[in-house]
Design a protein around this ligand. Sequence first.
Ligand code: C2E
Ligand code: MG
Ligand code: MG
Ligand code: MG
Length: 292
Amino acid sequence: RAKHEGSGACVLYRHELHLRAIERNTIERDLRVAMARNELKLFYQPKIDMATGRVTGAEALIRWRHEERGFISPAQFIPVAERTGLIVPLTKWVLDEACRQNREWQELGLPKIGVAVNVSAVDLKRTDLTDTIASTLIRRGLSPQYLELEVTESMVMQDVDVVIGTLRRLRGLGLGIGIDDFGTGYSSLAYLKRFPVKRLKIDRTFVSDIADGRDGHVIPKVIIDLAHALGVMVVAEGVESADQYDMLRDLGCDEVQGYFAGRPMPAAEFEVFLRNSPAGRGIAQIEASAET
Ligand code: C2E
Ligand code: MG
Ligand code: MG
Ligand code: MG
């Protein structure tokens, strides 16, 4: 667009591209340093079962607090990590830390939940992903049913036959696969049937206008019915209000994730959340009565 606005705008546009390139290089350099210094952290956001209110899982979300610039969003640095190949060691670290943490919660006697890790398109195309995950699970002593991978719909549509092969091997290990941001890509329904998937995550953009009284519920309803017809669970992401929650429950959605149910939080805070969740209280009571 800038090109049509004369040469002044064009210079400005080139200048902006240049600034963005510098920004990318800065992020890349600082991210390397941050990884070496262990300055990355995982936050955990609960997934809640709508029927029981139980915490069924946690999504691990990476957090980077830059020493000068404060929090930098993963939406900003993950794409840089993907372009530079830094994503490979980064994903290995996320997988390792999420499995370690989940095993620790289990050893503390907390209710057993699944931990979900986001993987990128770059990771999914690597032939050693299955081995990396298998050895991580063994090293951390976590049984595969408590790990789930989140891949986005657009990722799985890139190279369908290769990806289906990888997903089948991963599923063969015993872990779950969730399709993230569902509804924003272009899955053909025929493909969906071939994906060995446990969960679909309805993208936040559909949830945000679900309770607006017009036709906001139409797409979520189609996704929920389709998923259930294929024997797949549905989680809605980005649920921020009671109205959205009620509407999703009426539509038959299985689980929710979002600020309404719980924000992403540091591990110590999530531990308290899990302990106080309905199932968590149940177990605490059983333990208390066993002691007396
Ligand atoms: P995602 O996997 O779709 O994660 C959901 C995003 O929505 C998270 O943003 C989460 O903090 C945010 N969110 C959760 N509930 C609500 C809500 O009620 N309202 C609103 N407005 N937002 C909500 P976050 O943590 O900034 O992550 C953004 C994206 O970055 C993620 O989208 C994921 O694609 C990527 N990402 C995050 N952590 C990792 C990671 O460890 N590895 C990889 N490869 N990607 C990651
Ligand atoms: Mg995700
Ligand atoms: Mg998502
Ligand atoms: Mg998303």
